[in-house]
Design a protein around this ligand. Sequence first.
Ligand code: SF4
Length: 341
Amino acid sequence: MVEAATMDRAAVTARPGHNRPPVIEAINLKKHFPVKKGILRRTVGQVYAVDDITFSVGEGETLGLVGESGCGKSTVARTVLRLIEPTAGTIRLDGHDVTRLGKAELRPYRRQMQMIFQDPFSSLNPRMSAGDIVGEPLQVHGLASGKEKHEQVCEIFDQVGLRRSQMNAFPHEFSGGQRQRISIARALALNPKLIVADEPVSALDVSIQAQVINLMMDLQREKGLSYLFIAHDLAVVEHISHRIAVMYLGKIVEYADKRTLFTNPQHPYTEALLSAVPVPNPKLKRAKRLLQGDVPSPINPPSGCAFHTRCPYAEARCKVDTPKLVEISPGHGVSCLLRTN
Ligand code: SF4
Protein backbone atom coordinates (compact mmCIF):
# COMPACT_ATOMS: atom_id res chain seq x y z
CA MET A 1 0.00 0.00 0.00
CA VAL A 2 1.26 3.45 -0.82
CA GLU A 3 0.44 6.70 0.89
CA ALA A 4 -2.06 8.70 -1.07
CA ALA A 5 -0.08 11.93 -1.28
CA THR A 6 2.14 10.12 -3.76
CA MET A 7 -0.47 7.99 -5.47
CA ASP A 8 -3.13 10.67 -6.02
CA ARG A 9 -0.95 12.33 -8.59
CA ALA A 10 -0.12 9.06 -10.33
CA ALA A 11 -3.79 8.11 -10.34
CA VAL A 12 -4.78 10.90 -12.75
CA THR A 13 -2.31 9.98 -15.48
CA ALA A 14 -3.36 6.35 -14.96
CA ARG A 15 -6.92 7.16 -16.02
CA PRO A 16 -7.61 5.19 -19.24
CA GLY A 17 -6.91 7.28 -22.34
CA HIS A 18 -5.41 10.16 -20.33
CA ASN A 19 -1.66 10.33 -20.67
CA ARG A 20 -1.38 14.12 -20.44
CA PRO A 21 -0.42 15.82 -17.16
CA PRO A 22 -3.34 16.90 -14.97
CA VAL A 23 -4.98 20.25 -15.65
CA ILE A 24 -4.97 21.09 -11.96
CA GLU A 25 -2.99 19.56 -9.10
CA ALA A 26 -3.28 20.43 -5.42
CA ILE A 27 -0.46 18.91 -3.43
CA ASN A 28 -0.49 18.82 0.38
CA LEU A 29 -2.78 21.86 0.31
CA LYS A 30 -3.59 23.57 3.62
CA LYS A 31 -5.76 26.55 4.45
CA HIS A 32 -5.91 27.53 8.09
CA PHE A 33 -7.74 30.65 9.28
CA PRO A 34 -6.52 32.34 12.48
CA VAL A 35 -9.09 32.79 15.27
CA LYS A 36 -8.54 36.22 16.85
CA LYS A 37 -9.89 37.50 20.15
CA GLY A 38 -9.73 40.53 22.43
CA ILE A 39 -8.94 44.20 21.83
CA LEU A 40 -5.43 43.32 20.64
CA ARG A 41 -6.87 40.73 18.23
CA ARG A 42 -4.49 38.06 19.49
CA THR A 43 -4.50 34.75 17.62
CA VAL A 44 -5.95 32.18 20.01
CA GLY A 45 -6.42 29.28 17.63
CA GLN A 46 -6.74 28.11 14.05
CA VAL A 47 -9.63 26.90 11.92
CA TYR A 48 -8.24 23.90 10.04
CA ALA A 49 -10.55 24.41 7.05
CA VAL A 50 -8.37 22.47 4.59
CA ASP A 51 -5.75 20.28 6.18
CA ASP A 52 -3.23 18.64 3.89
CA ILE A 53 -5.15 17.38 0.91
CA THR A 54 -3.80 16.17 -2.42
CA PHE A 55 -5.79 15.68 -5.59
CA SER A 56 -5.67 16.29 -9.30
CA VAL A 57 -8.07 16.63 -12.21
CA GLY A 58 -7.18 15.39 -15.68
CA GLU A 59 -8.10 16.87 -19.06
CA GLY A 60 -11.79 16.32 -19.83
CA GLU A 61 -12.31 14.79 -16.39
CA THR A 62 -14.72 15.60 -13.56
CA LEU A 63 -13.63 15.13 -9.99
CA GLY A 64 -16.58 15.24 -7.59
CA LEU A 65 -15.75 16.63 -4.14
CA VAL A 66 -18.38 15.67 -1.59
CA GLY A 67 -19.03 16.26 2.09
CA GLU A 68 -21.42 17.91 4.55
CA SER A 69 -21.58 21.69 5.03
CA GLY A 70 -18.57 22.94 6.93
CA CYS A 71 -16.18 20.19 5.79
CA GLY A 72 -14.00 22.63 3.79
CA LYS A 73 -15.12 21.94 0.20
CA SER A 74 -15.76 25.57 -0.71
CA THR A 75 -12.46 26.62 0.87
CA VAL A 76 -10.74 24.06 -1.38
CA ALA A 77 -12.46 25.64 -4.40
CA ARG A 78 -11.41 29.17 -3.50
CA THR A 79 -7.87 28.16 -2.55
CA VAL A 80 -7.28 26.21 -5.75
CA LEU A 81 -8.39 29.23 -7.78
CA ARG A 82 -6.13 31.48 -5.66
CA LEU A 83 -9.14 33.57 -4.58
CA ILE A 84 -7.76 33.04 -1.09
CA GLU A 85 -4.12 32.34 -0.27
CA PRO A 86 -3.11 28.81 0.75
CA THR A 87 -1.37 28.39 4.12
CA ALA A 88 0.86 25.67 2.66
CA GLY A 89 1.09 23.30 -0.26
CA THR A 90 1.41 23.59 -4.03
CA ILE A 91 -1.12 24.35 -6.78
CA ARG A 92 -0.16 23.51 -10.35
CA LEU A 93 -2.19 24.53 -13.37
CA ASP A 94 -1.28 22.60 -16.51
CA GLY A 95 2.09 21.78 -14.94
CA HIS A 96 2.88 25.40 -13.91
CA ASP A 97 3.30 26.18 -10.24
CA VAL A 98 0.86 29.05 -9.58
CA THR A 99 0.95 28.88 -5.78
CA ARG A 100 2.93 32.04 -5.09
CA LEU A 101 2.42 34.05 -8.28
CA GLY A 102 1.59 37.74 -7.81
CA LYS A 103 -1.55 39.34 -9.22
CA ALA A 104 -0.02 40.34 -12.57
CA GLU A 105 1.79 37.02 -13.07
CA LEU A 106 -1.40 35.13 -12.23
CA ARG A 107 -3.56 37.01 -14.73
CA PRO A 108 -2.98 34.74 -17.79
CA TYR A 109 -3.62 31.67 -15.61
CA ARG A 110 -6.84 33.15 -14.19
CA ARG A 111 -8.39 32.97 -17.65
CA GLN A 112 -7.83 29.23 -17.69
CA MET A 113 -9.71 28.56 -14.46
CA GLN A 114 -13.22 29.84 -13.87
CA MET A 115 -15.84 29.33 -11.18
CA ILE A 116 -19.60 28.73 -11.06
CA PHE A 117 -21.29 29.57 -7.78
CA GLN A 118 -24.21 27.99 -5.92
CA ASP A 119 -26.57 30.93 -6.06
CA PRO A 120 -26.66 32.36 -9.59
CA PHE A 121 -28.89 35.23 -8.46
CA SER A 122 -26.41 36.71 -6.02
CA SER A 123 -23.40 35.97 -8.24
CA LEU A 124 -24.84 37.93 -11.21
CA ASN A 125 -24.83 41.72 -11.22
CA PRO A 126 -28.55 42.70 -11.15
CA ARG A 127 -27.84 45.96 -12.99
CA MET A 128 -26.20 44.32 -15.99
CA SER A 129 -28.00 42.64 -18.88
CA ALA A 130 -27.29 38.95 -19.53
CA GLY A 131 -25.33 39.85 -22.67
CA ASP A 132 -23.14 42.35 -20.79
CA ILE A 133 -22.52 39.84 -17.97
CA VAL A 134 -21.29 37.20 -20.43
CA GLY A 135 -19.27 39.73 -22.48
CA GLU A 136 -17.64 41.46 -19.49
CA PRO A 137 -14.75 38.95 -19.06
CA LEU A 138 -13.86 39.33 -22.76
CA GLN A 139 -13.65 43.11 -22.32
CA VAL A 140 -11.78 42.99 -18.99
CA HIS A 141 -9.12 40.65 -20.40
CA GLY A 142 -8.89 42.69 -23.62
CA LEU A 143 -9.87 39.73 -25.79
CA ALA A 144 -12.76 41.26 -27.75
CA SER A 145 -14.88 44.39 -27.92
CA GLY A 146 -17.64 45.89 -30.05
CA LYS A 147 -19.02 43.70 -32.83
CA GLU A 148 -16.51 40.90 -32.26
CA LYS A 149 -17.51 40.66 -28.60
CA HIS A 150 -21.19 40.66 -29.56
CA GLU A 151 -20.65 37.76 -31.98
CA GLN A 152 -18.74 35.74 -29.40
CA VAL A 153 -21.46 36.33 -26.80
CA CYS A 154 -24.10 35.20 -29.33
CA GLU A 155 -22.17 31.97 -29.90
CA ILE A 156 -21.87 31.31 -26.17
CA PHE A 157 -25.62 31.94 -25.72
CA ASP A 158 -26.25 29.29 -28.38
CA GLN A 159 -23.90 26.84 -26.64
CA VAL A 160 -25.63 27.10 -23.26
CA GLY A 161 -29.17 26.98 -24.66
CA LEU A 162 -30.13 30.64 -24.13
CA ARG A 163 -31.91 32.60 -26.86
CA ARG A 164 -30.04 35.49 -28.45
CA SER A 165 -33.18 37.56 -27.99
CA GLN A 166 -32.61 37.28 -24.21
CA MET A 167 -29.31 39.17 -24.31
CA ASN A 168 -30.87 42.45 -23.20
CA ALA A 169 -32.85 40.92 -20.30
CA PHE A 170 -31.71 41.35 -16.69
CA PRO A 171 -31.02 38.50 -14.23
CA HIS A 172 -34.36 38.90 -12.39
CA GLU A 173 -36.20 38.23 -15.67
CA PHE A 174 -34.77 34.68 -15.88
CA SER A 175 -35.69 31.46 -14.06
CA GLY A 176 -33.18 29.86 -11.65
CA GLY A 177 -32.03 27.35 -14.26
CA GLN A 178 -31.60 30.05 -16.90
CA ARG A 179 -29.61 32.18 -14.45
CA GLN A 180 -27.26 29.27 -13.89
CA ARG A 181 -26.93 28.99 -17.69
CA ILE A 182 -25.83 32.66 -17.70
CA SER A 183 -23.23 31.82 -15.01
CA ILE A 184 -21.97 28.92 -17.12
CA ALA A 185 -21.88 31.18 -20.20
CA ARG A 186 -19.85 33.78 -18.29
CA ALA A 187 -17.42 31.06 -17.16
CA LEU A 188 -17.07 29.82 -20.76
CA ALA A 189 -16.37 33.26 -22.23
CA LEU A 190 -12.62 33.04 -21.61
CA ASN A 191 -12.37 29.50 -23.00
CA PRO A 192 -11.04 28.04 -19.71
CA LYS A 193 -9.49 24.61 -19.19
CA LEU A 194 -10.88 24.17 -15.68
CA ILE A 195 -14.24 25.10 -14.19
CA VAL A 196 -14.67 24.86 -10.45
CA ALA A 197 -18.40 24.45 -9.77
CA ASP A 198 -19.29 25.06 -6.12
CA GLU A 199 -22.71 23.45 -5.47
CA PRO A 200 -23.90 24.69 -8.91
CA VAL A 201 -27.29 22.94 -8.79
CA SER A 202 -28.10 22.89 -5.06
CA ALA A 203 -30.41 25.92 -5.29
CA LEU A 204 -32.35 24.50 -8.27
CA ASP A 205 -35.40 22.23 -8.55
CA VAL A 206 -34.55 18.57 -9.16
CA SER A 207 -35.79 18.57 -12.80
CA ILE A 208 -33.73 21.70 -13.55
CA GLN A 209 -30.69 20.19 -11.80
CA ALA A 210 -30.62 17.39 -14.39
CA GLN A 211 -30.81 19.90 -17.26
CA VAL A 212 -27.89 21.94 -15.93
CA ILE A 213 -25.78 18.82 -15.26
CA ASN A 214 -26.51 17.48 -18.76
CA LEU A 215 -25.53 20.85 -20.23
CA MET A 216 -22.23 20.78 -18.31
CA MET A 217 -21.55 17.23 -19.55
CA ASP A 218 -22.30 18.22 -23.17
CA LEU A 219 -19.94 21.20 -22.89
CA GLN A 220 -17.26 18.97 -21.40
CA ARG A 221 -17.51 16.59 -24.36
CA GLU A 222 -17.40 19.46 -26.88
CA LYS A 223 -14.61 21.49 -25.30
CA GLY A 224 -12.59 18.96 -23.27
CA LEU A 225 -13.29 20.92 -20.08
CA SER A 226 -12.15 19.70 -16.68
CA TYR A 227 -14.49 20.13 -13.71
CA LEU A 228 -13.95 20.19 -9.99
CA PHE A 229 -17.59 19.66 -9.05
CA ILE A 230 -18.45 20.32 -5.42
CA ALA A 231 -21.64 19.10 -3.73
CA HIS A 232 -22.90 18.01 -0.31
CA ASP A 233 -24.84 15.13 -1.83
CA LEU A 234 -23.40 12.04 -3.54
CA ALA A 235 -26.56 11.72 -5.67
CA VAL A 236 -25.76 15.04 -7.37
CA VAL A 237 -22.18 14.14 -8.33
CA GLU A 238 -22.98 10.56 -9.36
CA HIS A 239 -24.00 11.36 -12.93
CA ILE A 240 -21.28 13.85 -13.83
CA SER A 241 -18.17 12.60 -11.97
CA HIS A 242 -15.48 10.26 -13.23
CA ARG A 243 -13.81 10.10 -9.83
CA ILE A 244 -15.08 11.18 -6.42
CA ALA A 245 -13.25 12.38 -3.30
CA VAL A 246 -15.10 12.46 0.03
CA MET A 247 -14.11 15.18 2.51
CA TYR A 248 -14.59 15.29 6.27
CA LEU A 249 -13.32 18.09 8.50
CA GLY A 250 -10.78 19.47 6.06
CA LYS A 251 -9.35 16.12 4.92
CA ILE A 252 -10.06 13.66 2.12
CA VAL A 253 -11.17 10.43 3.82
CA GLU A 254 -11.85 8.35 0.70
CA TYR A 255 -11.38 8.66 -3.06
CA ALA A 256 -12.04 6.31 -5.93
CA ASP A 257 -13.50 6.15 -9.38
CA LYS A 258 -17.27 6.59 -9.30
CA ARG A 259 -18.15 2.94 -9.83
CA THR A 260 -15.82 1.70 -7.09
CA LEU A 261 -17.02 4.32 -4.62
CA PHE A 262 -20.67 3.48 -5.18
CA THR A 263 -20.28 -0.32 -5.18
CA ASN A 264 -17.45 -0.80 -2.68
CA PRO A 265 -17.26 2.14 -0.22
CA GLN A 266 -14.68 1.54 2.49
CA HIS A 267 -14.99 4.53 4.81
CA PRO A 268 -17.93 4.58 7.26
CA TYR A 269 -18.60 8.23 6.35
CA THR A 270 -18.89 7.36 2.65
CA GLU A 271 -21.24 4.49 3.60
CA ALA A 272 -23.44 6.95 5.49
CA LEU A 273 -23.50 9.47 2.61
CA LEU A 274 -24.30 6.65 0.17
CA SER A 275 -27.17 5.33 2.28
CA ALA A 276 -28.96 8.64 1.65
CA VAL A 277 -28.72 8.27 -2.15
CA PRO A 278 -32.05 7.08 -3.63
CA VAL A 279 -31.94 3.77 -5.55
CA PRO A 280 -33.81 3.93 -8.89
CA ASN A 281 -35.24 0.38 -8.45
CA PRO A 282 -38.23 0.40 -5.98
CA LYS A 283 -37.54 -3.27 -5.08
CA LEU A 284 -34.05 -2.45 -3.88
CA LYS A 285 -33.34 -0.50 -0.71
CA ARG A 286 -30.07 0.64 0.80
CA ALA A 287 -29.65 0.17 4.55
CA LYS A 288 -30.02 3.66 6.10
CA ARG A 289 -27.04 4.75 8.20
CA LEU A 290 -28.04 8.00 9.83
CA LEU A 291 -25.14 9.97 11.21
CA GLN A 292 -25.48 11.20 14.76
CA GLY A 293 -24.79 14.86 15.51
CA ASP A 294 -23.18 17.58 13.44
CA VAL A 295 -19.74 17.95 11.96
CA PRO A 296 -17.44 18.89 14.91
CA SER A 297 -15.78 22.31 14.95
CA PRO A 298 -12.68 22.54 12.74
CA ILE A 299 -11.19 24.87 15.39
CA ASN A 300 -10.79 22.00 17.80
CA PRO A 301 -11.14 18.79 15.80
CA PRO A 302 -11.53 15.51 17.71
CA SER A 303 -8.34 13.61 18.57
CA GLY A 304 -7.27 10.52 16.64
CA CYS A 305 -9.72 9.87 13.81
CA ALA A 306 -11.79 13.07 13.48
CA PHE A 307 -14.82 10.95 12.56
CA HIS A 308 -14.76 8.88 15.79
CA THR A 309 -17.43 11.01 17.51
CA ARG A 310 -19.99 9.93 14.86
CA CYS A 311 -18.65 6.60 13.60
CA PRO A 312 -20.79 3.50 14.33
CA TYR A 313 -17.66 1.27 14.18
CA ALA A 314 -15.39 3.39 16.39
CA GLU A 315 -13.00 1.50 18.68
CA ALA A 316 -10.93 2.77 21.61
CA ARG A 317 -7.85 3.22 19.39
CA CYS A 318 -9.80 5.51 17.04
CA LYS A 319 -9.72 8.23 19.73
CA VAL A 320 -5.93 8.07 19.88
CA ASP A 321 -4.50 7.00 16.51
CA THR A 322 -4.84 9.22 13.46
CA PRO A 323 -5.51 7.17 10.32
CA LYS A 324 -3.54 7.96 7.16
CA LEU A 325 -5.05 8.15 3.70
CA VAL A 326 -3.76 4.92 2.16
CA GLU A 327 -4.24 3.52 -1.32
CA ILE A 328 -5.83 0.10 -0.79
CA SER A 329 -6.17 -0.73 -4.50
CA PRO A 330 -5.18 1.21 -7.64
CA GLY A 331 -6.97 4.56 -7.57
CA HIS A 332 -8.88 3.79 -4.34
CA GLY A 333 -7.70 5.46 -1.14
CA VAL A 334 -9.24 5.38 2.33
CA SER A 335 -8.42 6.83 5.73
CA CYS A 336 -9.76 4.41 8.36
CA LEU A 337 -7.84 2.32 10.90
CA LEU A 338 -10.13 -0.68 10.36
CA ARG A 339 -9.52 -0.76 6.63
CA THR A 340 -5.82 -0.01 6.47
CA ASN A 341 -4.21 -1.59 9.55
FE1 SF4 B 1 -14.52 4.93 12.31
FE2 SF4 B 1 -12.28 4.31 13.60
FE3 SF4 B 1 -12.38 4.11 10.95
FE4 SF4 B 1 -12.36 6.50 12.11
S1 SF4 B 1 -10.73 5.00 12.15
S2 SF4 B 1 -13.67 5.87 10.45
S3 SF4 B 1 -13.57 6.11 13.96
S4 SF4 B 1 -13.57 2.91 12.43
